[in-house]
Write a protein that binds this ligand. Structure first.
Ligand code: HEM
Length: 415
């Protein structure tokens, strides 16, 4: 592309930008976008990996795999909910600072954006169907029923992920948007095509399900091993499978990462050999090394560190991924989200962080305490007075939040 064509693309992107501006510094949006994307993809990977174990368990006669499949299904159905909830967050951030790009890619594939929701509902439903049909089974070693439904679920989840991947990829090609909208001079209003993809990139993100789920298995053993009724032989076996998955999975993912870097578009310049280009791959392979060194024997504390480690590695990859986008859109096409007009709104910025820290913190710590204690208790768990108090405080904080929301709303309305 010559300089004049690039200048036209730059002008088009700025023309599409929201003239109303943004309510706080763009760096805050991008930081939160990267952080929440790392969380989203971690739970996506957990959901896919644990579903894969549920499938493997369902089609395998080995009693350990059967039990593990059933236990991992519990994690999968929670992970899918969390993945969806923490998927909304990066969606909000990316649409604020990359609005010309996000909305264009969504409009150009509008059919798929709407189908995304329908397919996701079906995938979710299929997973729960498998769960409900089999959850009453006390013996976790018998062959589960309706195995087709969990297979269908994972296949549909992958379609959902591919749609997201394609939308994200289309954002990176502003030079092609016009051609996609008006192919051969005739406008295409159907939104029925997924215009861009890179199978290596998609495979990389999906393959990270292997080491991330390995980390989950190592944590699972550590968590369940303190119960009085723990079956240590089974748990140790599960943990060994997990360690293998971290090591082998990280190597597979690192290879796919390299393949992704080797197939970047020309507009990415020399990103593959830049600091962040290399850092992403190094972080992935470092997970295998960490597991080899730190997950020996009992590894009481390090077993609990496996999932946070996976998050840190995901975070490095998320930064690399964001630097790639910035490199293409800013360095090549000269669109810089950092020069967004700021119409500072301290109240909403403050409210966001306070809600996150205080409301989110109190409610989440209560839920997590209950979940933790329930998982480690044999029989029925009865919360202590302290835990009950945490619940009461959390409800009060949510109530106060609602009150301030309406009070401030009415105050502004009345002004
Ligand atoms: C449950 C199935 C889902 C799967 C398997 C999945 C998978 C993925 C993958 C693989 C990516 C990375 C794409 C890439 O960079 O190439 C991604 C990105 C993303 N996903 Fe999901 N996702 C799922 C659900 C959702 C949901 C329900 C939402 C939000 C409502 C969501 C929001 C996002 C966002 C905002 C991005 C990043 C967009 C960007 O930064 O450009 N995802 N997802």
């Amino acid at each position: 592309m010559d300089a004049q064509q690039i200048a036209q693309v730059t002008e088009m992107m700025y023309a599409l930008r929201n003239p109303a501006g943004i309510p706080t510094y763009p760096i805050i949006f991008i930081g939160l976008g990267v952080l929440t994307f790392a969380l989203h993809i971690l739970f996506v990977q957990l959901m896919l990996g644990t579903s894969a174990i549920a499938i493997f368990g369902a089609f395998n006669n080995n009693s350990y795999w059967r039990r593990l499949g059933s236990a991992m299904l519990e994690i999968s159905k929670v992970s899918v909910s969390v993945a969806i909830v923490v998927g909304v967050a990066p969606l909000l951030f990316v649409q604020v600072i990359y609005d010309p790009h996000w909305y264009t890619s969504n409009v150009l594939s509008a059919f798929w954006v709407i189908a995304f929701i329908v397919i996701l509902i079906l995938a979710y439903w299929a997973m729960y169907y498998f769960y409900f049909v089999n959850s009453k089974n006390k013996d976790k070693t018998v062959q589960p029923k309706a195995r087709w439904s969990i297979l269908l679920s994972i296949a549909l989840m992958l379609v959902v992920g591919f749609i997201m991947h394609s939308l994200t990829s289309a954002m990176l090609h502003p030079e092609q948007w016009k051609e996609w909208f008006v192919p051969n001079g005739v406008a295409d209003y159907s939104g029925s095509k997924l215009h861009a993809y890179n199978l290596w990139r998609f495979a990389f993100f999906i393959s990270m399900a292997i080491p991330v789920t390995g980390a989950m298995l190592v944590t699972y053993r550590r968590f369940k091993s303190v119960r009085e009724d723990a079956d240590h032989a089974y748990l140790n076996w599960a943990s060994e499978v997990g360690k293998k998955w971290i090591k082998v999975g990280s190597v597979i993912s690192a290879v796919l990462y390299v393949a992704w870097m080797m197939t970047l578009p020309e507009t990415a310049g020399n990103f593959a050999t830049s600091f962040w280009g290399i850092a992403g791959g190094v972080a992935v392979i470092a997970f295998a090394l960490w597991a080899q060194i730190r997950l020996q024997g009992e590894a009481k504390l390090c077993s609990y560190m496996a999932l946070p480690m996976a998050l840190v590695i995901g975070l490095v990859v998320a930064i690399s991924r964001e630097m790639l986008r910035y490199g293409i859109i800013n360095d090549t096409f000269h669109y810089d989200f950092m020069d967004y007009k700021i119409v500072m709104d301290w109240y909403s910025t403050g409210l966001f962080f306070l809600t996150f820290a205080i409301v989110g913190g109190s409610v989440l710590s209560y839920f997590l305490t209950i979940a933790w204690k329930t998982g480690q208790t044999v029989g029925v768990y009865t919360p202590s007075p302290l835990v009950n108090k945490m619940g009461t405080i959390a409800i009060w904080i949510v109530a106060l939040w609602l009150v301030q929301f309406f009070v401030v709303g009415f105050y502004i309305w009345a002004k």
